[in-house]
Design a protein around this ligand. Structure first.
Ligand SMILES: *Cc1c(COP(=O)(O)O)cnc(C)c1O
Length: 239
């Protein structure tokens, strides 16, 4: 139940505006708007407001925290919605989320791949994954180093329950748009390079990049999945 009709109206209006912006960015770079998926990132957003976004047509949710996902999962109107995990994932939390998401975008280490494999075996299922790339080579951030990506993909191929579908990045906050563009361009180049290598069992369908502050720039550089929180729901209020 949505308690605040006004709020859900604003969310719907915002989503319509963001979709127009996405369509315009696609036109400008000669891309078809159907190529780009819009994800609503739900961290700290109460379930009723997430449901307002779903009512307004959002079909993809991004979850950062296992605990928060488990707390809100039952309240989501999720019949026609895909949920992806996008946050840093502790190995011991995989079990809690494995039956709730259809993709894990934050695969960043072999021990995590092993645990996803184990949990998928338990449930006799597969899991789609994106490899998170530490595109800014920041030592405080998780993600596979760009120069290690190909090796990582070759190693992760042995986990037959994982289907690697592409790559994801959370680029560093940059002082200038030029630096920001350079990171997107590097990601796009990795995406194209890996695609062209046709590695068995690795497909490059998803290039997940672009958040509220830079999603139009990311689309210009080939992103086909933008992950939006603040612009849809307003600034996050942490308890
Ligand atoms: C929070 C978050 C986003 C959305 O960020 P906004 O700037 O609020 O749009 C996207 N991706 C990941 C991985 C996040 O944690």
């Amino acid at each position: 139940m949505i308690e605040n009709k006004h709020d859900s109206f604003i969310i719907a209006q915002t989503i319509a505006q963001v979709r127009e912006q996405i369509a315009a960015a696609c036109r400008q770079s000669g891309r078809d708007v159907s190529e780009v998926q819009l994800m609503a990132v739900t961290k700290t957003v109460e379930a009723a407001r997430v449901n307002a976004a779903i009512a307004a047509g959002v079909r993809l949710l991004g979850e950062n925290k296992a605990q928060e996902l488990c707390a809100k999962y039952e309240q989501y109107d999720k019949d026609e919605v895909d949920i992806h995990f996008i946050g840093h994932l502790q190995t011991n939390k995989v079990r809690q989320i494995i039956d709730k998401v259809c993709m894990i975008q934050s695969l960043d280490r072999l021990s995590l791949a092993q645990e996803i494999q184990n949990q998928c075996e338990r449930l006799n299922r597969q899991m789609e994954c994106l490899v998170e790339v530490n595109i800014g080579s920041e030592f405080t951030k998780s993600g596979v180093a760009p120069e290690m990506l190909e090796n990582f993909l070759l190693s992760v191929r042995s986990f037959d329950r994982l289907k690697i579908r592409g790559i994801m990045a959370i680029p560093p906050i940059c002082d200038t748009e030029i630096e920001n563009e350079r990171n997107f361009e590097r990601m796009h180049q990795l995406f194209v390079d890996i695609s062209s290598k046709n590695i068995d069992n690795i497909s490059m369908d998803f290039l997940s990049m672009g958040m509220s502050g830079d999603y139009l720039l990311a689309i210009k550089h080939g992103s086909n999945l933008v992950r939006l929180g603040t612009i849809l729901f307003g600034h996050r209020v942490y308890p």
